[in-house]
Ligand binder design. Structure first.
Ligand code: UT7
Length: 323
């Protein structure tokens, strides 16, 4: 018998305010056409002033717990993937823990920027497979609107706010690739590329800072590394691109999503795409897409799903799971 981390519930939350591309035309030298053509983004959600990352995360967590038919005290751990925690510390995860009324177990943040949810899923899987935890809530939540330089058209049109969450539970599987749950993960980072995508503030500057990105360089790495890490994760599971029912990619740019699918020889009909509605929500983008993909009826029990993401660090990775 093999312990597997199986998804029992999924949920998401998006702030009410929707900002269409056209809104940027009033303040920036940009157009709806440029943003759609270069990124696939049509609109994004921005959080209200009182909607911090932990607030969005808590709402997504409640939705996932409801979907799983569980309460917070059924959980052993909360892992929250974010780069926009409310405060430098404590972790946003402990704030969510308190809001949910969870008085046992442990909670911590995972910081791997846009790859954060993939990293957090791999850590949750390790906790479950080792026997350290039975049920783990994994959240991706971000308020990247708080990091934008609104005069920089090359970044501020790309990002949005939101949160998604999944509840993982230990299940005894057969040890074959027919098992439901997480089958393999592949994680990577290379700090030599840290200046390609970073925030120019933090504890060392005494400011929150603004997101800075060399878009073309990140694009180049993304196209090369995402298909590579997805193949590697599939290989660890003993599977290949031909076995994939759905790619649920990080939603940064439709051109990156399409190029990665093409390299994996998976048709676009088998890719969950939400970038047009959410923009790039960093660590929230994959759990948002999992939740929306399930609601659309795209993800069905037994489907083989590959999630892949890259972001600041650079950090990148993939998780293969059976839904
Ligand atoms: O989630 C973390 C990972 N991040 C990513 O995956 C993002 C990766 N990068 C990208 O998605 C793309 O590189 C961008 C969408 C950021 C940019 O697209 P691009 O096709 O790489 O454009 P570019 O940076 O090469 O810029 C092309 C032109 C430039 O003008 P010149 O130098 O050719 O005159 C830019 O100044 O487009 C200009 N430009 C804009 N024009 C209108 C940049 N931003 C805008 C804009 N509106 N908002």
């Amino acid at each position: 018998m093999t312990r597997r981390a199986v998804i029992r519930g999924v949920g998401h939350h998006l702030p009410a305010r929707v900002v269409p591309n056209a809104e940027f035309e009033a303040t920036l030298e940009t157009t709806d056409e440029w943003i759609r053509a270069r990124t696939g983004i049509e609109r994004r959600h921005f959080a209200a002033e009182d909607e911090t990352t932990s607030v969005l995360a808590t709402r997504a967590a409640r939705a996932a717990l409801d979907d799983a038919g569980m309460t917070a005290n059924d959980l052993d751990a909360i892992l929250l993937a974010t780069s926009t925690a409310d405060l430098t510390f404590p972790s946003a995860a402990t704030m969510v823990q308190a809001e949910l009324g969870m008085t046992r177990g442990f909670a911590f943040d995972v910081q791997a920027v846009c790859a954060g949810f993939v990293f957090a899923m791999a850590q949750a899987d390790a906790l479950i497979v080792s026997g350290a935890a039975q049920r783990v809530l994994v959240i991706g939540a971000e308020t990247f609107s708080r990091l934008m330089d609104w005069s920089d058209r090359s970044t501020c049109v790309l990002f949005g706010d939101g949160a998604g969450a999944v509840v993982l539970e230990a299940v005894e599987g057969s040890g074959t690739t027919a098992d439901r749950g997480i089958l393999a993960a592949d994680l990577n980072s290379d700090g030599r590329y840290r200046s390609a995508l970073y925030v120019d503030g933090g504890v060392s500057t005494g400011t929150v800072g603004h997101l800075r990105m060399q878009g073309r360089e990140v694009f180049r790495h993304a196209v090369e590394k995402l298909a590579e890490t997805a193949h590697s994760a599939l290989g660890k599971a003993g599977l290949s691109g031909a076995d994939v029912d759905w790619i649920v990619p990080h939603q940064a740019n439709l051109r990156i999503i399409a190029a990665t699918a093409q390299r994996m020889q998976v048709p676009m009909e088998r890719v969950v795409v939400t970038v047009q509605d959410h923009g790039n929500t960093s660590a929230a983008s994959i759990p948002l897409a999992l939740s929306v993909g399930k609601a659309r009826g795209q993800l069905k029990p037994g489907d083989l799903v590959v999630t892949e993401a890259i972001g600041g660090g650079l950090a990148w990775g993939a998780v293969v799971l059976r839904w």
